[in-house]
Design a protein around this ligand. Structure first.
Ligand code: NAD
Ligand code: SER
Length: 314
């Protein structure tokens, strides 16, 4: 029986991924871990370990204690936070990956999921329908760490046969958990503020189009790539992954259709420069072809579902 460890279970993705994995594979087969306590439903539905992923000895002990076979490594500093603390971002984003890759090379883990990001692309990348293989010159520390991580994953696969799988997530939007310091976080904050005050001041400018994805699509993609037969995973760096693309102005118009009178204003800060260096849309044909990826949510679907769930939550 496979046993799963999710590192970073208190974050935006981890909160939802742990619950989905537990419902699919049984609560007893999915261990959550993080520096800080996870959401109540995660803490109450199965095992939780308090762990600093940079502590390789403790990580090894947790893996042995629970007979872990599969690791989802989600601990990282995201784009905006990483720009403010570049040295620590590099340390956390890279050393966490090295610890997991080395434990797999030593035979303690069978399969690794480690997410990359649209942040691997940079200002010299073609912005529209960005291909899988293109110019990759990231201009943020976060993007540089993701680019390097992709190369290391592929290298461990080719050199040692370590089974690594990765997706270049777009900006992720969900109602269950708060985003953790990225440039795309506005697309979550906007729903909360719309319901609280019927207004929102956006830190990106109105026509900044970015690739985005609803969390249920992202969780499904993550589990699908991990469950795909090894021979179908042709890319061991990271796959492009697309959901939908929109600007702050476009999401505000959709929200306004559901919440009449909703007002948005714009006050771009340092995150505008990061957003300007990223693609507007992504070509994910390779993921579709290799392991059957298919997104379900567009902007309309995301807006309806977010507002419906957040209204109930509030
Ligand atoms: P997040 O910031 O919400 O969560 C990260 C979690 O890791 C936090 O709960 C944090 O406490 C934990 N953590 C940090 N340092 C740790 C350590 N030393 N040991 C153990 N746990 C530690 O991030 P997220 O949005 O859930 O992102 C998860 C992964 O997905 C990251 O690699 C991120 O780069 C990637 N990603 C996210 C998005 C997005 O839009 N959320 C997009 C692209 C890629
Ligand atoms: N959503 C992430 C960020 O903005 C993209 O990796 O940092």
């Amino acid at each position: 029986m496979d046993k799963i460890l999710v590192i970073g279970s208190s974050g935006q993705i981890g909160t939802e991924l742990v619950m989905e994995l537990r419902s699919l594979y049984g609560a007893g087969n999915v261990v959550a871990c993080d520096l800080k306590a996870s959401a109540q439903e995660v803490m109450e539905s199965g095992a939780f370990e308090s762990l600093d992923v940079l502590d390789k000895q403790k990580l090894y002990e947790v893996i042995k204690k629970h007979n872990i076979t599969h690791v989802y490594l989600l601990a990282a500093l995201l784009s905006a936070t990483a720009e403010k603390n570049p040295m620590f971002a590099w340390k956390l984003n890279m050393e966490s990956l090295f610890n997991i890759l080395e434990l797999a090379r030593e035979g303690h883990i069978k399969k690794i999921y480690w997410p990359s990001s649209i942040a691997v692309f940079g200002p010299t990348t073609p912005r529209l329908n960005t291909p899988q293989y293109t110019i990759v010159e990231p201009s943020t520390i976060y993007g540089i760490s993701k680019q390097a991580g992709e190369r290391w994953c592929e290298w461990y696969f080719k050199k040692y046969g370590v089974d690594t799988r990765s997706l270049r997530y777009p900006g992720l939007i969900g109602w269950k958990s708060a985003p953790g310091g990225g440039t795309t976080d506005y697309a979550v904050h906007i729903f909360h503020e719309a319901l609280k005050t019927n207004s929102y001041e956006c830190f990106l400018s109105e026509n900044t189009v970015l690739p985005m994805m609803y969390m249920p699509d992202a969780i499904r993609a993550t589990i699908e790539i991990m469950d795909a037969p090894s021979e179908k995973i042709k890319i061991r760096g990271a796959y492009n992954l697309a959901g939908t693309s929109f600007s702050p102005k476009e999401i505000a118009i959709e929200i306004g259709k559901k919440l009449p009178g909703f007002q948005i204003s714009y006050n771009p800060d340092f995150r505008q420069q990061i957003a300007d260096s990223w693609p507007a849309s992504i070509d994910d044909a390779q993921a579709k072809e290799d392991w059957g990826w298919k997104p379900q949510f567009d902007l309309l679907g995301i807006t309806s579902d977010m507002l419906q769930h957040l209204k109930q939550k509030f």
